[in-house]
Design a protein around this ligand. Structure first.
Ligand code: NAD
Ligand code: DAU
Length: 356
């Protein structure tokens, strides 16, 4: 941490891992606007999900630096910490797509578990004011559709379904262990499904938007009745900033907007906004181990830190669809490459189901 003596301000240096991905990039934009005096370093391996062009508006800012690095690369991470001496690390870097984890779990274990431990070892070695782990509501498993009274609380037992969620839960346990054993000042947030600009078009909402725009079939898994609790990405970013400022080390905070929706209703809504027929919708073989319902209780972060979501779904989804309409180049670049093979491998063998 440095002082700006001309104005007596604290200058925080924040490493944001995974900042070339969906939520990490939105977090960088949010932080650079909200805290123009902070120094932000984005550490990202630039996997298929990371996109440097996403960060083009900040790349030449004097208080921003991009470092291409794998969080599993211990020597590289230590060198960066030695040079930069960050005050805060926010760890977004992860393999994040459930379907990919079902096909190939190994990389999920490496990045999500080993990578998190390497970052925390660097924090122990060089000192840190806060290590924040960006986790997910998926660590709690799922809830039945017929019990709308049930929600995930911070003390709900971990009960994971996919290799992805298991790797995130493992990382959460390690973060807790580093807090207790080494007194590392850690916090964890567990957020529900995010949507908004710059989401990779493998996830439900951007996949359906780009396919609908191209008049392609819209693959809904199983009966489409699965429920997710959707939050506009900027509200997630605000919550993490609050946790960094006011959250207590050792604590876990659930983040969610009480906005539960069935997948099929989201897909129909996208069709309505884009004026596309429902006949594009195709029910296909379900995801293996598919979680039925997620629902976050955000009471703790609301009561203790004063966080509330600000973007209503009806406004957020309009803004998001408009963003994909205005930024075709961003996603057309993505879907013109390896993505085509990904789509064939992931969807080619799925049977089309009879809707009735
Ligand atoms: P994303 O897949 O869009 O981005 C992940 C980023 O991490 C990419 O830029 C990628 O290049 C980078 N990365 C991957 N492996 C890396 C490695 N070994 N070293 C350095 N960088 C690496 O993911 P996202 O949707 O933005 O999710 C970010 C975080 O938030 C993840 O930890 C995820 O588990 C969590 N999360 C996501 C959601 C959601 O709805 N998307 C909800 C709750 C929590
Ligand atoms: O809940 C937080 C999690 O949300 C994050 O931890 C994950 O990183 C993020 O990917 C997301 O996981 P989901 O599996 O819920 O998101 P996804 O967009 O992959 O799927 C949302 C729902 O839509 C899910 O029930 C599966 C369904 N689906 C998804 C795709 C890609 C379809 O029906 N068809 C599809 O083609």
């Amino acid at each position: 941490m440095k002082y700006d003596f001309s104005q007596w301000r604290l200058i925080m240096k924040v490493i944001v891992t995974g900042g070339a991905g969906f939520i990490g990039s939105n977090f960088i934009f949010y932080m650079m606007k909200k805290h123009p005096d902070y120094e932000i370093i984005c550490l990202d391996k630039l996997t298929y999900a990371g996109n440097l062009s996403t960060l083009k508006s900040v790349l030449d800012k004097p208080n921003f630096k991009f470092v291409k690095l794998d969080i599993c690369d211990r020597d590289g991470v230590y060198k960066l910490f030695e040079e930069e001496k960050p005050d805060v690390v926010v760890n977004f870097a992860a393999e994040s797509h459930v379907d990919r984890s079902i096909e190939n779990p190994t990389i999920f274990l490496e990045t999500n578990i080993i990578g998190t431990s390497v970052l925390m070892d660097a924090c122990r070695k060089y000192g840190i004011k806060r290590f924040h782990q960006v986790s997910t509501d998926e660590v709690y498993g799922d809830l039945p559709l017929d019990r709308p009274d049930l929600f995930f609380h911070e003390d709900t037992p971990l009960h994971t379904s996919s290799p992805y969620s298991s790797s995130k839960a493992s990382a959460d346990l390690l973060v807790g262990a580093y807090g207790r054993t080494y007194n590392l000042p850690v916090t964890i947030s567990r957020c529900s499904n995010n949507y908004g600009p710059y989401q990779f078009p493998e996830k439900l909402i951007p996949l359906m938007i780009q396919r609908a725009l191209n008049n392609e079939k819209l693959p809904v898994y199983g009966d489409g009745e699965n429920v997710r609790d959707w939050l506009y990405v900027e509200d997630h970013c605000k919550a993490i900033d609050l946790i960094l400022e006011k959250g207590k080390a050792g604590e876990i905070y659930n983040i969610g907007g009480h906005n539960e929706m069935h997948n099929i209703d989201i897909v129909k809504l996208i069709c309505d906004y884009l004026d596309k027929p429902y006949s594009l919708i195709e029910h296909v073989t379900d995801r293996k181990g598919h979680d039925r319902r997620y629902a976050i209780d955000p009471d703790k972060i609301h009561k203790e830190l004063g966080w509330l979501p600000e973007t209503m779904f009806k406004d957020g989804i309009k803004k998001t669809i408009q963003w994909y309409l205005d930024n075709k180049e961003w996603w057309e670049n993505i879907i013109s490459g390896d993505y085509q093979n990904y789509y064939k491998e992931m969807y080619g063998d799925r049977k089309v189901l009879d809707k009735d």
